[in-house]
Write a protein that binds this ligand. Structure first.
Ligand SMILES: Nc1ncnc2c1ncn2[C@@H]1O[C@H](COP(=O)(O)OP(=O)(O)OP(=O)(O)O)[C@@H](O)[C@H]1O
Length: 277
């Protein structure tokens, strides 16, 4: 990881009406850094991403990317969006969707067909999508589509890669594969990765720091600094216990009655994962 900051929040506040999601955020994210953003539903994770896309404005303070105020449509910023199925009327094949992410396509530069094909083939291979390269995207499963979104975002080789729950609807094997591909983008191409997730375990080996949002507050630090019973109990204002089980993090509600995913939010399917059922 390089030490030069690429994203910088200064004294940042985000609020909708009187509801403050986070305040007094001072955060520099370095090129090559992998930042995980955790927190329960509605804590402001997607809104945090939107401030870097320029689609949501801060109520106070500033956010800059590569020393410039954030603006919409910057080619320095790539996004793997929260999953939404493509409609039946999207007339694209899987490979066409990935090709749309290539810089030349965005800038209106004509790339040779052979060059596009080679780059798209590499990207499809990276996310394990070569087997359905020529199928219409609307025929693909949610997880298959999600892998294409990852490939499309990586195609632009962004300096800042924003990932909004990119592992949703992926099976365990593909969760690991996509996490690894995104990590490689940070390590090999020096992108800053901001990774919103409800489930920290698949990315645990890669995370440099965690930004944990809850109850209008936040805590920032390494995994060991943030994923502590005392820290989460203070953030939530209620007893929360953080356990380490077989190198996995399990968050348990204060009375010990339920295992929760790492964001402290209760999802039945995640409980099964956490307990290895
Ligand atoms: N444009 C908006 N105007 C008013 N309220 C908004 C707006 N956008 C988001 N909110 C509210 O702000 C809160 C944070 O939303 P956000 O989508 O950032 O949460 P999140 O942490 O990503 O949640 P989830 O885990 O459910 O995806 C939610 O309560 C949401 O309803």
């Amino acid at each position: 990881m390089s030490s030069s900051p690429i994203v910088r929040f200064e004294d940042a506040r985000l609020a909708y009406g009187s509801r403050v999601l986070w305040d007094e955020l001072n955060l520099s994210i370095a090129a090559g850094e992998f930042l995980a953003v955790l927190g329960p539903n509605g804590s402001g994770k997607t809104s945090f991403i939107n401030t870097m896309l320029g689609t949501t404005s801060l109520k106070r303070g500033s956010v800059s990317i590569a020393g410039e105020s954030v603006r919409r449509g910057s080619s320095s910023v790539g996004l793997i969006p929260q999953q939404r199925p493509f409609g039946d009327n999207v007339p694209l094949r899987a490979r066409d969707l990935v090709a749309l992410g290539l810089d030349g396509a965005k800038l209106g530069i004509r790339l040779s067909r052979r060059s596009v094909r080679r780059q798209v083939d590499e990207l499809l291979d990276m996310v394990g999508a070569s087997g359905y390269a020529n199928r219409p995207v609307s025929d693909l499963s949610g997880g298959e589509q999600q892998r294409l979104r990852a490939a499309q975002a990586l195609a632009g080789n962004p300096r800042v890669l924003l990932c909004d729950e990119p592992l949703l609807s992926l099976d365990l094997h593909h969760q690991q594969a996509i996490s690894e591909v995104i990590h490689r983008q940070a390590v090999e191409r020096d992108s800053a990765v901001i990774f919103v997730t409800h489930e920290i375990n698949p990315i645990l080996p890669y995370v440099d720091r965690v930004l944990y949002l809850a109850e209008g507050r936040f805590h920032l630090g390494t995994v060991d600094e943030v994923m502590q019973s005392s820290v989460l109990t203070e953030l939530y204002g209620a007893p929360v216990e953080v356990l380490r089980v077989n190198e996995r993090i399990v968050v348990v509600s204060g009375d010990g009655s339920a295992a929760l995913p790492a964001d402290g939010h209760d999802h039945a399917e995640d409980i099964e994962l956490e307990t290895g059922k």
